[in-house]
Design a binder for this molecule. Structure first.
Ligand code: C5P
Length: 219
C-alpha cells in the first residue's frame, strides 16, 4: 500500500443513524457501515490518522483507527463539525436519516383501545456534509450517493447542491450489507467507474484517488 496519506488526518462517517420515537423504537435504515469501515481501514493503511464517526453498526473497529460512536444525525453533526477543521479530508459515507420525529416520547407509546394509530410529525435533520463544505477552513469533502435510479444525474446534482469536489456513486443493485460494491467517481471533469470488487479493494482504490486529487490540489 502506498503511504500517500502520511501526515494527513481523515474524518469519515459511516453506518446508519437511529432517530428515536420513544424509549424502545426508532427510525433507521439498512446501511451496514461496511463501506465506511473499509475506507477507514484503507486510509489507515495509507498512513493517515483516521477518525471514524459511526452510527449503530455491528463491525469491529479497524486497527489504529479512532472511533466515536453516535446514534442520531444530530449527534453525528455535533461530533463532526468541530472535528472537521482539524482534518484534511472528510468522507461522508454515512446513510444519515433525512428526518427525525419532531418530538421524542419519554414513555413507550401504547396501543389505545379505540384502534387509532399514532401519527408522527417529522422534522428535517441537519445535512452534515453540506455543513462541513460550508466551513471557512474546510477539508477536502467527498460525498456518497446511493440511488436506485438516475445515479449519475443525482450524483452531479449532489456535487452542486452540497458544493463538494467529489461524489462517489454506488451502482446498483442495492449495496447495503453486501461485501462487494461498484462505484462511480463523479467530479466537475466527468465520471469514472471503478469495476465491481469487494469493499476493501474498492476502498483502497478510492483512497488512492482521493490522495491524488488532494495532492494535485495542493501542488
Ligand atoms: O442528502 P443525500 O442523501 O442526497 O446525500 C448523500 C450524501 O450526503 C452522503 O455523503 C451522506 O453521508 C451525506 N449526508 C450527510 N448528512 C445528511 C444527509 C446526507 O452528511 N443529513
Amino acid at each position: 500500500v502506498p503511504k500517500n496519506f502520511r501526515g494527513h488526518r481523515l474524518l469519515i462517517t459511516a453506518g446508519p443513524t437511529f432517530e428515536p420515537i420513544d424509549p424502545v423504537r426508532g427510525i433507521t435504515n439498512l446501511s451496514s457501515g461496511k463501506m465506511g469501515f473499509a475506507i477507514a481501514r484503507a486510509a489507515q493503511e495509507a498512513g493517515a490518522e483516521v477518525t471514524l464517526v459511526a452510527g449503530p453498526v455491528h463491525l469491529p473497529t479497524p486497527r489504529g483507527v479512532q472511533r466515536i460512536d453516535v446514534q442520531t444525525a444530530q449527534q453525528m453533526y455535533d461530533v463532526v463539525l468541530p472535528q472537521a477543521p482539524q482534518h484534511s479530508v472528510f468522507i461522508a459515507t454515512a446513510a444519515v436519516a433525512d428526518w427525525r420525529p419532531a418530538s421524542l416520547s419519554d414513555q413507550k407509546i401504547k396501543k389505545n383501545g379505540n384502534k387509532v394509530a399514532p401519527t408522527f410529525e417529522l422534522t428535517e435533520n441537519p445535512d452534515i456534509l453540506a455543513a462541513v463544505a460550508r466551513l471557512p477552513k474546510r477539508p477536502y469533502c467527498v460525498g456518497f450517493a446511493a440511488e436506485s435510479h438516475d445515479l449519475l444525474k443525482h450524483a452531479r446534482e449532489k456535487l452542486e447542491r452540497k458544493n463538494v469536489p467529489l461524489v462517489v456513486g454506488n451502482l446498483g443493485p442495492a449495496t447495503f450489507g453486501r461485501d462487494d460494491n461498484q462505484l462511480v467517481l463523479v467530479d466537475a471533469q466527468g465520471h469514472r467507474e471503478l469495476p465491481r470488487a469487494d469493499k476493501l479493494s474498492l476502498a483502497r482504490a478510492l483512497v488512492n484517488e482521493i490522495a491524488q486529487r488532494l495532492h494535485a490540489k495542493s501542488a
